[in-house]
Write a protein of this length. Structure first.
Lengths: 296, 393
C-alpha cells in the first residue's frame, strides 16, 4: 500500500477529480471506475477515460427519454430518488464557477491573483482528502445523492467522493443561529421559490476550494445556491457568491446542469485509504508534529 | 458508566466522578426531556492522552502565544518559549473545539501575544509538544481552555416511550419534526459480556495483564492486542490517518451518530458525528451481501456490506466484507476479513438504545462472542460537527 503507488496515485487522483468532472459535464456516458476497493486504482482508471465498471448493468451512455419532474404529493419537486423507483444520484456538472464570464467577475486583486496561481499550482485541499464543501461537491466525478427526509424537514447531500461526508440542508424554516462555527460545509438553510430550492449557507471556512479550479473565497462568504429539477434527468444549478473579503460585488454563476444517474447507488469511497498525497507533499503523519507544521 | 461529562482526558486512570445532578423537567412533543447540569463537559476527541504524551514526564513551560489552531481533533496553542541561542516554538494540545465550545471557550478566549504558563506532559516522540493539563494566562492568573468559562452546556436526556412509525415499528431516529442523535456510549472499548476488566473510554486497559480476558483471542491476535495496548494505542489508523471506524467502533465514538430511516427505499443510514461525518448504509430490501459496483469488486470495505431485518422490536443487522485496514474497536482488538457481525439494536425507550454485537471472526478469535452496551439519545441536538481531516496535512 505504501510502496508503488505514491506519486502516481496522488497525481492520478488529482487528475481524476478535475478531468473526471469535466468529462461528466460534457455528458459523456461513462460507468464509474471500479470503486471503493481501491481509490488509487479507480482514480487511475478515471483519469484514463473512465472506461471502468458498469453500474449494475445499466449502460449510462444513452440518455433516457426525459420524464417530467417528479413531485411529492404536496406538489413540490422531488430532488432525489423517487419512491417506488430505484435510487439514483446526480453526476458532476459544476466545473468552474466563473465559467463563461471570467473577465466580468468582480475579483479583488488578491483574489484574481490567487485564482490565476491556482490554475498552475493545483494544490487543492480536496486532493488531500479534505471534505468537498458546498459547490465543490458537485464537481467530484463520483457525484452526489440527495436524500430527502420530509418528516424531519431536512435534506442530506451525500458526497460520494472525498472522505465520505454528508451535508445537511435544513428545510424547517429556521433562521441562522448566532456564532456559527466555521466549517467546510457551513450551515445551510433551504427554502422554496416556486419549483426552485434556494439554499443559503453561512459559516464556511477557508479550508476548501469552491470548485476544482480554485475560485477563491473567504469566511465572509454568503453562498446561495439555486437548484431546479427541470425534468427527471436534469438539475439546474446556479450559485451566487457574496463575499466582500474576495470580491468587490456579489456575482452569480451561469447555469450548470447535473445529470441524473438512475440506479446509481452510493458506494463506499474513502479518499484517505490510498491517497499518498499528504505524505508526498509534506511527509508522513508520524514525521509531522504540529510544531514542524507551523514553524516557518 | 462514563460519558463526556464525567472525565476530562487528563483524568487518566482516575476513578470516575459522579456529576452533581440538578434535574429540571421540560415537556417535549413526545418525550420528557431532562436537563442535567454538570461541572465540566469533557468528551475526548480521538485518542487516549497516553498515545501521544508520556504521562510520567511532567513539564512546565512559559511562553508567548503566537497562533491558535482551532481545529479538530484537538485545538493547539502555538507559543514561543524563550531559550538560548534562539527561542523555540511549542505546540500545546488541549481539548477539541467541540468540547471547548461546550465549556464556553472560543478562539478569542486567548489573544495572540498573551503569555501563558502551561503544565502538562511531554510528547513521547520528543517533539516540542506538551499536553495542556493546566494553561494559565500570566497577566490575569486565570485558566484558559481548561475547565469551564462560565456555565458549561447542560446535557439533556430524554425519557418516555419508544417512538414508533405508524406501522408500529420502532423509530431508530428522531420523532417527526424533531432532532437528536445517539451518543454517550456506555462502553469505550469492546469487552466480552460478563468479563470484568477496567479500561478507559478509549479502550485502553488499566492493566495490560488483563488483555487475555477481554475476548477469546487466538494467540496471534492476543499478541497483537497486547502490543497495541502496550504502545498506548498510538498506531491506531483512525488517529494516524483518519481511517474510518468500521464495525462496532462507530458506536463507541464520542460524537455519536444518527440513524436516518428511509422506508420508501428500504434502507437505513448511519450518519456519523465522528470520523469524517461518514455514512454507512444498511439495506432492508432483501439483497445479497455483495459489492454494489460489479459483483464483489468493491469488497472488502471499511463499513462492510450490511443487510438487516426486524425481529419484533429489534433491528438485526448482518454485516460482512470488511477490510483489515482499520481497528474495529477503540482498544485495538484485531479482526480479519473473515469478520462477520450480527448487531442488534433495541430502542427500549425514547432515550435508550441497547446495542448488542456478536463477533464471529474465525481468523482472529477461537469462538463467536458478544459485547453489549447502551447508547443515549441526545434530544434537540445535531451530531457535533467533527471532521478528522481538519488539522491533518
Amino acid at each position: 500500500m505504501r510502496g508503488p503507488f505514491t506519486l502516481a496515485a496522488c497525481l492520478t487522483f488529482a487528475v481524476a477529480t478535475t478531468s473526471g468532472a469535466f468529462a461528466q459535464d460534457a455528458g459523456a456516458g461513462q460507468g464509474r471506475a471500479a470503486g471503493a476497493g481501491g481509490q488509487g486504482r479507480a482514480a487511475g482508471a478515471g483519469g484514463q477515460g473512465r472506461a471502468g465498471g458498469q453500474g449494475r448493468g445499466q449502460g449510462r451512455g444513452a440518455a433516457a427519454p426525459s420524464a417530467p419532474t417528479p413531485r411529492w404529493p404536496d406538489g413540490k419537486p422531488i430532488l432525489g430518488s423517487v419512491p417506488g423507483q430505484p435510487v439514483g444520484g446526480w453526476g458532476a456538472g459544476v466545473t468552474t464557477l466563473p465559467q463563461g464570464q471570467l473577465d466580468k467577475i468582480p475579483f479583488q486583486p488578491w483574489a484574481r491573483a490567487a485564482y490565476d496561481i491556482r490554475q498552475i499550482d493545483q494544490f487543492e485541499p480536496h486532493t488531500r482528502c479534505k471534505a468537498s464543501g458546498v459547490s465543490r461537491q458537485f464537481s467530484t466525478p463520483y457525484g452526489t445523492e440527495f436524500v430527502e427526509v420530509p418528516d424531519l424537514k431536512r435534506m442530506y447531500i451525500m458526497d460520494n467522493g472525498g472522505p465520505n461526508s454528508y451535508r445537511i440542508i435544513y428545510l424547517d424554516g429556521r433562521s441562522f443561529p448566532q456564532n456559527i462555527p466555521l466549517t467546510n460545509y457551513g450551515y445551510s438553510i433551504g427554502h422554496w421559490e416556486g419549483d426552485t430550492l434556494v439554499i443559503e449557507t453561512r459559516g464556511l471556512n477557508e479550508k476548501f476550494w469552491l470548485d476544482t479550479r480554485g475560485t477563491p473565497h473567504t469566511s465572509q462568504l454568503k453562498f446561495t445556491e439555486r437548484l431546479t429539477r427541470t425534468d427527471m434527468n436534469t438539475m439546474r444549478y446556479q450559485a451566487t457568491i457574496d463575499d466582500p473579503g474576495a470580491y468587490t460585488a456579489p456575482w452569480t454563476t451561469a447555469d450548470f446542469n447535473l445529470r441524473w444517474r438512475p440506479g446509481d447507488e452510493l458506494f463506499e469511497y474513502i479518499c484517505q485509504q490510498y491517497n499518498e498525497g499528504p505524505t508526498l507533499m509534506l511527509g508522513s503523519q508520524e514525521e509531522i508534529d504540529n510544531t514542524r507544521f507551523f514553524v516557518p | 458508566m462514563f460519558d463526556r461529562h464525567t472525565r476530562s482526558r487528563h483524568d487518566l486512570r482516575q476513578p470516575i466522578l459522579e456529576a452533581g445532578e440538578e434535574l429540571m423537567t421540560k415537556r417535549a412533543v413526545v418525550a420528557v426531556m431532562l436537563t442535567v447540569a454538570v461541572g465540566v463537559v469533557s468528551l475526548g476527541a480521538q485518542h487516549t492522552l497516553a498515545a501521544k504524551f508520556d504521562v510520567t514526564k511532567p513539564l512546565t513551560l512559559t511562553g508567548t502565544v503566537t497562533q491558535i489552531d482551532w481545529a479538530n481533533p484537538y485545538v493547539h496553542i502555538l507559543m514561543k518559549v524563550p531559550g538560548q541561542p534562539l527561542p523555540a516554538l511549542w505546540a500545546v494540545e488541549v481539548e477539541g473545539p467541540i468540547v471547548l465550545t461546550d465549556n464556553g471557550w472560543s478562539q478569542a478566549s486567548l489573544p495572540i501575544g498573551e503569555t501563558i504558563r502551561v503544565e502538562g506532559y511531554a510528547a513521547r516522540d520528543g517533539s516540542r509538544q506538551i499536553s495542556g493539563r493546566s494553561v494559565v494566562m500570566t497577566s490575569t492568573n486565570k485558566p484558559v481552555y481548561v475547565g469551564t468559562n462560565g456555565t458549561p452546556k447542560a446535557r439533556r436526556v430524554a425519557t418516555g416511550p419508544t417512538p414508533r412509525w405508524p406501522s408500529g415499528q420502532p423509530r431508530l431516529g428522531p420523532p417527526p419534526g424533531e432532532t437528536g442523535y445517539w451518543g454517550y456510549p456506555t462502553r469505550g472499548g469492546l469487552l466480552e459480556d460478563g468479563v470484568n476488566v477496567q479500561m478507559d473510554r478509549y479502550g485502553l486497559l488499566n492493566n495490560v495483564a488483563d488483555a487475555s480476558k477481554v475476548a477469546p483471542m487466538q494467540p496471534w491476535a492476543l499478541s497483537l492486542y497486547r502490543e497495541r495496548q502496550r504502545t498506548f494505542l498510538q498506531r491506531d489508523p483512525m488517529y494516524l490517518w483518519c481511517k474510518p471506524p468500521g464495525g462496532p467502533r462507530q458506536f463507541q465514538q464520542p460524537y455519536g451518530f444518527q440513524f436516518v430511516e428511509q422506508p420508501d427505499f428500504k434502507r437505513v443510514f448511519v450518519l456519523m458525528g465522528s470520523a469524517n461525518r461518514n455514512r454507512r448504509i444498511i439495506y432492508t430490501d432483501g439483497r445479497k451481501q455483495v459489492g454494489q459496483v460489479n459483483g464483489n469488486d468493491d469488497n472488502p470495505v471499511f463499513y462492510g456490506q450490511a443487510v438487516a431485518r426486524w425481529e419484533g422490536d429489534t433491528f438485526v443487522v448482518d454485516t460482512r466484507s470488511f477490510n483489515e485496514e482499520f481497528w474495529f474497536d477503540n482498544g485495538g482488538l484485531p479482526h480479519t476479513e473473515q469478520l462477520h457481525l450480527i448487531e442488534r439494536f433495541t430502542r427500549t425507550d425514547m432515550g435508550t438504545m441497547r446495542y448488542e454485537v456478536t463477533i464471529d471472526d474465525p481468523g482472529a478469535y477461537t469462538r463467536a462472542w458478544k459485547s453489549t452496551w447502551n447508547l443515549n439519545w441526545v434530544p434537540g441536538e445535531e451530531t457535533p460537527y467533527f471532521l478528522c481531516m481538519d488539522n491533518r496535512p
